[in-house]
Design a protein around this ligand. Structure first.
Ligand SMILES: NC(=O)C1=CN([C@@H]2O[C@H](COP(=O)(O)OP(=O)(O)OC[C@H]3O[C@@H](n4cnc5c(N)ncnc54)[C@H](O)[C@@H]3O)[C@@H](O)[C@H]2O)[C@@H](O)CC1
Ligand SMILES: [K+]
Length: 465
């Protein structure tokens, strides 16, 4: 993936900071860098508008004192309000360098701009309700608001809101993104997210934000089979299989065969629909070594016939993408029934049915499920997580809320199968498909239906060549 942006947990961030200190950088130097980076962002957004900085007792508060000092030096009318004493060596130093008064948070007057430097990655519980209310009131009355590293009240690793969190204009992630910057509901707590470089080495990170993938056109000697042959095994609801088939075809695959229970449509179609009266026919039609991906699940149904069709696909030996009803059918059989090496695309309900109530953040849960099933997971939602058994994960955040409409899951499943057939690389296929899905939605605008995504796919792919 190009320009992949690292996502760290609070513990990984602390370790990364320690690694910087181990190179001889003094602890306070990192706070100066963090404060300077955040101050620059505030300066560019708000200029000389009056500013109130709220400082907590830890290093997040220390960042706040640095921001206050640097912006005051630029002529910004800055006031500081602190929550008691500073408790860490670096924050004590930052506070000592602030030459102005320190007000009480509960009596400080509102300001045009507000900086929340109360708590960051060290938050251990929700804010006291009175403090949370105060933060919300001061933020709501400000025209410009900034959260330093994270809005106070947000759990760094899970993205849960541990207390009431106001809506910020800008969140400045320091050094690297943390999980809460991409996961819901916290990722909805600001309008803009900016990651400030403070010299942290994130090269060892295994979790990244999904970025636009580089894609490649067919080679001159390619033909429809070398570009990837996809099978979509349909069932009860032929339309879902058709939608998935068209998505696979528009993903860049060379050919798509829809192995359907009923013949649908009519007239010319790039999709080859083959009627399979039962699982035996499915097995026979899948007996072709040229298949590079088999998708089963969209519109499959949940009856005995569907179970038999799923089994025929699973024993075919081809790389599998399992979605929708296929996941529900497998859920009753335990994790061991999931074919190793498959790509699974569960939404929340399907995920829980398959793997139960796993602990940790959505990233933790996706990684654990991928490890248990020895499969690639695309754990869908407004914060979709792709996870691999080897510990890699990718988060897609900020995709169109209009995707919450019927059939978009079928389109995604088709895209995954198509990109798997094209690339032969499961993790890469999952990333490319998820990105294409989000990009097609972005291009489709508002109130689109799943079919509209298909129209946007060629241009979305073209933008990555
Ligand atoms: N480690 C470092 O040297 C650096 C840290 N940085 C900043 O430091 C932050 C992390 O600093 P800390 O680890 O000191 O943690 P925080 O400053 O986020 O807060 C920790 C303090 O708050 C208390 N606390 C936690 N939750 C509370 C609650 N709900 N109510 C009341 N008190 C609560 C803790 O007991 C502790 O005293 C980062 O988010 C970032 O802003 C940056 O300055 C870069 C350098
Ligand atoms: K904060």
């Amino acid at each position: 993936m190009s320009k992949a942006e690292a996502i760290l947990t609070a513990a990984q961030m602390r370790a990364a900071e320690q690694a910087v200190f181990a190179t001889g950088v003094p602890e306070y130097e990192l706070m100066e860098r963090a404060g300077a980076a955040a101050a620059e962002i505030v300066w560019r957004a708000g200029g000389k508008r009056d500013l109130l900085v709220l400082c907590g007792p830890g290093n997040n508060g220390g960042d706040g004192f640095v921001i206050a000092r640097l912006l005051r030096a630029r002529g910004v009318p800055v006031r500081v309000a602190a929550l008691g004493e500073s408790l860490t060596p670096s924050s004590l130093k930052a506070r000592a360098c602030w030459a102005g008064p320190v007000e009480d948070i509960f009596s400080a007057a509102p300001a045009t701009q507000i900086v929340d430097a109360l708590f960051g990655t060290g938050l251990s519980r929700g804010l006291d309700p009175v403090l949370a209310d105060r933060l919300c009131a001061l933020t709501a009355s400000a025209g410009f608001s900034y959260a330093v590293d994270l809005p106070s009240g947000v759990d760094t690793d899970s993205g849960a809101l541990l207390s009431a969190v106001p809506a910020f204009g800008i969140c400045v992630a320091l050094g690297a993104f943390k999980s809460a910057h991409l996961l819901q509901p916290s990722a909805n707590c600001w309008q803009r997210l900016i990651c400030a470089d403070i010299g942290i080495d994130v090269s060892a990170a295994t979790v990244h934000r999904l970025s636009p993938p580089p894609m490649f056109p067919p080679k001159p000697l390619d033909h429809k089979y070398s570009r990837g042959l996809v099978a979509v095994v349909g069932g009860e609801m032929a339309g879902a299989g058709q939608l998935a088939s068209h998505a696979a075809a528009h993903s860049g695959a060379g050919m798509v065969r829809h192995i359907a229970r009923d013949l649908v449509g009519g007239g010319p179609d790039a999709i080859i629909t083959q009627k399979a009266d039962g699982a035996g026919d499915v097995g026979r039609l899948l007996n072709d070594a040229r298949f590079k991906a088999v998708l089963v699940g969209p519109g499959l149904g949940l009856d005995q016939d569907a179970t038999a069709r799923l089994e025929a696909a699973m024993v075919s030996g081809h790389p599998l993408v399992l979605d929708a009803d296929a996941l529900t059918l497998l859920a009753g059989k335990g994790v061991d029934a999931i074919p190793a090496g498959a790509i699974l695309t569960p939404h929340e309900g399907e995920f829980v049915r398959l793997f139960g109530d796993l602990p940790g953040s959505k990233i933790d849960r996706a990684l654990e499920a991928a490890r248990r099933a020895d499969a690639i997971l695309i754990y869908k939602g407004s914060d979709s997580v792709i996870a691999a058994p080897d510990g890699r994960a990718m988060i897609a955040s900020g995709s169109s809320a209009w995707l919450s409409t019927a059939g978009t899951g079928d389109v995604l499943a088709g895209l995954v199968a198509g990109r798997l057939a094209v690339t032969g690389d499961r993790y890469r296929a999952a990333c490319e498909a998820l990105w294409l899905h989000g990009e097609a939605a972005r291009r489709a605008g508002a109130a689109f239906v799943a079919d509209d995504l298909l129209v946007e796919l060629p241009a979305a792919i073209a933008s990555r060549l």
